[in-house]
Design a protein around this ligand. Structure first.
Ligand code: ADP
Length: 377
């Protein structure tokens, strides 16, 4: 099946055309500066016209069968991908307050396709859906219940498409049935999240009400004492200023001045103390969460690294795993350094828990989920 995968942001639209039979990527592209008056398209509808124009040659002999949308927030309603109709679009729109930067853009992307190709089957694939299996003791915050009832304040978790894809491939690599597979999956990109997998399902994850909770990320702080926000507000900072500070100007960027892991690792190797401190804080926090999730799943069968840093930074993996001695986890030095795009084991033969690198591919997962929904509808 030929699927156009759309990842629509507030001012950008990323797309790929995938063949789900062969897993070929037939086309890929990015339209940015939407609505920014800088020569970019005026709105998402115009951006879609540009995508259609860019794909005209490609689609002339092999038309599209369906469109799959990455939708950030599925709230409590969506626990799996769904075929989009007007009611579904409105439901996604009603979740806008939970993801004010992302869901409105996702809805614009859906409406732009509906306007362009009214009969095209469209599927929404939610970043939160895989975490709908979290038990209440993992999703509920210890705050007054009306915050949950009135505003939906609870933990949702994100990166679900990636965690689900990587979990299935890790089980396959180890030859374990997914239904009996426990794992701790570390998605380490610019955004970072850890998921506790029990019996193939997500039972805890480090991102919460928003993607800000949890581990140290490229530009996000992860966990901090919530009193800091109140303190800053009393110092006169606005909600928007605090939001920007914690989401865009924190994390590795704040600790080192740059959020590119390659630069940080190189600087640390050259003796830069700030870079090494940034790595220490980030790997220490990750190791603490891994230990916690090993307990949460009742003993993990594997520790799995994925995404930009997880797949590519042997140095960061080594520093994180060096903190897991208490769990008997050991890397194989040569296997860790090996460069490969394939799922692989990088732990030493006597490691008590196997350590894996499994490349993620969210577009592939969205294309496959889209094809499955369209075929079964
Ligand atoms: P996003 O969350 O934006 O999708 P990615 O998964 O692409 O992010 O990960 C981005 C991170 O991966 C950056 O910190 C980048 O420095 C890091 N990264 C990418 N390639 C390498 C590499 N070869 N070595 C070390 N880090 C890398």
């Amino acid at each position: 099946m030929r699927v156009l995968v759309i990842n629509s942001g507030s001012s950008s639209l990323k797309y790929q055309v995938r063949d789900t039979g062969t897993n070929e990527v037939a086309a890929t592209g990015l339209i940015d500066r939407i609505g920014e008056d800088a020569g970019g398209p005026a709105d998402h509808a115009e951006a879609m016209e540009q995508v259609a124009a860019a794909l005209a040659g490609e689609l002339a002999d092999k038309p599209l069968d369906a469109v799959g949308h990455r939708v950030v927030h599925g709230g409590e309603r969506f626990s799996e991908p769904v075929l989009i109709n007007n009611e579904i679009t409105r439901s996604i729109e009603r979740l806008n307050p939970l993801a004010p930067l992302h869901n409105p853009a996702n809805v614009l992307g859906i409406r732009a396709i509906t306007a362009k190709w009214p009969d095209m089957p469209q599927v929404a694939v939610f970043d939160t859906a895989f975490h709908r299996t979290l038990p209440e003791h993992a999703w509920r915050y210890a705050v007054p219940d009306e915050l949950y009832r009135q505003y939906g304040i609870r933990r949702y978790g994100f990166h679900g498409t990636s965690h689900e894809f990587v979990t299935a491939r890790a089980a396959e690599l180890l030859g374990v049935p997914l239904a009996g597979f426990n794992a701790v999956v570390a998605h380490l990109g610019n955004g970072v999240s850890l998921t506790a997998i029990q019996g193939g399902a997500s039972i805890d994850t480090s991102m919460g009400f928003t993607p800000l909770e949890g581990l140290v990320m490229g530009t996000r702080s992860g966990d901090i004492d919530p009193s800091i926000l109140i303190f800053l507000q009393r110092q006169g900072l606005s909600a928007d200023e605090i939001d920007t500070m914690l989401n865009r100007d924190s994390g590795l960027k704040a600790l080192f001045g740059d959020n590119d892991m390659r630069t940080i690792v190189d600087a640390a190797a050259a003796g830069d103390r700030r870079a090494q401190t940034a790595l220490d804080i980030t790997s220490y926090r990750l190791a603490k969460y891994i230990g916690g999730y090993h307990v949460a799943v009742g003993g993990t069968h594997a520790l799995v690294f994925t995404a930009g840093i997880g797949e590519n930074s042997a140095e960061f993996r080594a520093q994180a795993v060096a903190r897991l001695g208490a769990l008997g986890v050991k890397l194989d030095g040569a296997a860790n350094l090996e460069r490969s795009g394939a799922p692989r084991v990088i732990s030493a033969p006597d490691s008590l828990i196997p350590v894996l690198v499994v490349p993620t591919d969210e577009e592939r997962a969205i294309a496959e989920a889209t094809a499955a929904v369209v075929l079964s509808s």
